[in-house]
Design a protein around this ligand. Structure first.
Ligand SMILES: *Cc1c(COP(=O)(O)O)cnc(C)c1O
Length: 348
């Protein structure tokens, strides 16, 4: 499959902005007078490194892919928007996605004037069926979005089913793995298969298990052909100096990541046990992530009660297939205890 034919013609011939630092090839330069920066206030007086060479190398070792297969964005949201801008012609093309899923795919579709086709997951257990999904795809469909583990349902999509979509769909397949770090013991990411599938883009982020939602740092892992186009289209300095410094430090600290994952698995289990004992809980959906989705008698009432008691959760009542469902993130041990106490008192 040659992915070049999926790229919008204006993007295919785009000449990127060449930054002052792109031309600088290293060497013994001590005086930088090439970028009209202020000479005062180092290091924030300098533009950030647009290539992020050292971060890319560290990520390459962590993710098991080549540095040239890593796009770095200002959160995954930037990568999602770029996928639309690179592969979809506004007013003509469409994308396909599962429902319910992450809201940003639809917002980015709307801002780019791209039509959305949705295929409902199973209404009982949010399971995914490839044949049903591929029925909504037509000749205008350029990209499909799959989210695994899925937000808000929390479940992994079966690996074989996702693989069938990648093999059968004639276009770009985005697999959003924002929560995959939480299931690394029993589920292998699709990241290491980007060499095998030229139409695959795997999204990952430092916003969840890595604990860096505030710095805004997301990844798209894909063939170097796709990454090269994404790098041409992005703003040259999309990742600022402060973020790059914080990420360099965090990527050296895999102990914190492991501790966060272990904590999540332990506390999620505690939360699940409490939830299952409550008479007003109609359903607990199995989770492979750092949140649980539960169906209750009255989601809005539970949401309001918790808010009045200082705890905010996500009311998903108005989301398709999520009537009377709330999504609850796993917090610290004491936060989880406070939540469970309130859940046990509710309705009594
Ligand atoms: C949280 C989340 C992300 C992360 O987005 P960032 O912009 O990297 O913070 C991506 N996809 C899904 C499904 C998410 O839930």
């Amino acid at each position: 499959m040659n992915i070049k034919k999926f790229i919008r013609p204006n993007i295919a011939k785009l000449e990127p902005y060449s930054t002052a630092r792109d031309e600088y090839k290293g060497g013994d330069i001590e005086i930088f007078l090439d970028a009209n920066e202020s000479p005062f206030g180092a290091p924030l007086n300098r533009y950030p490194d647009p290539r992020m060479t050292s971060i890319r190398e560290r990520l390459s070792a962590i993710k098991g892919v080549e540095p040239s297969q890593i796009f770095i964005g200002n959160g995954s949201d930037e990568a999602i928007d770029l996928v639309y801008r690179i592969f979809c012609t506004p007013g003509e093309d469409s994308v396909a996605m599962i429902a319910p899923s992450y809201g940003m795919y639809k917002v980015a579709a709307a801002t780019n004037d791209v039509a959305v086709k949705e295929s409902l997951l199973d209404s009982e257990d949010f399971s995914f069926s490839v044949d049903k999904f591929l029925e909504i795809v037509d000749s205008t469909t350029k990209v499909v979005f799959l989210c695994s583990p899925n937000n808000p349902s929390g479940n992994l999509l079966p690996r074989e089913e996702v693989e069938k979509v990648i093999k059968q769909f004639e276009g770009i397949v985005v697999v959003d793995e924002a929560y995959v770090d939480f299931c690394q013991d029993y589920y292998a990411s699709f990241a290491t298969q980007i060499g095998e599938y030229p139409n695959l883009i795997v999204l990952q982020t430092l916003s969840k298990a890595w604990g860096l939602a505030g710095v805004r740092f997301g990844l798209a892992l894909a063939s170097s052909d796709i990454v090269e186009v994404m790098n041409r289209v992005k703003y040259p300095y999309n990742i600022n100096v402060l973020t790059q410094e914080a990420v360099e430090r965090a990527l050296c600290d895999s102990d914190t990541l492991k501790a966060t994952i272990a904590h999540n698995n332990k506390e999620r289990k505690i939360l699940e046990e409490v939830v299952l004992s409550l008479s007003y809980v109609k359903k607990l959906y199995p989770s492979d992530s750092n949140f649980v989705l539960i169906k209750v008698d009255n989601a809005t009432d539970l949401y309001n009660y918790l808010m009045q008691n200082g705890v905010i959760i996500r009311n998903r009542n108005s989301v398709v297939l999520c009537e009377n469902c709330v999504r609850i993130t796993v917090g610290t041990t004491s936060e989880n205890r406070a939540l469970c106490d309130l859940l046990s008192k509710y309705g009594n």
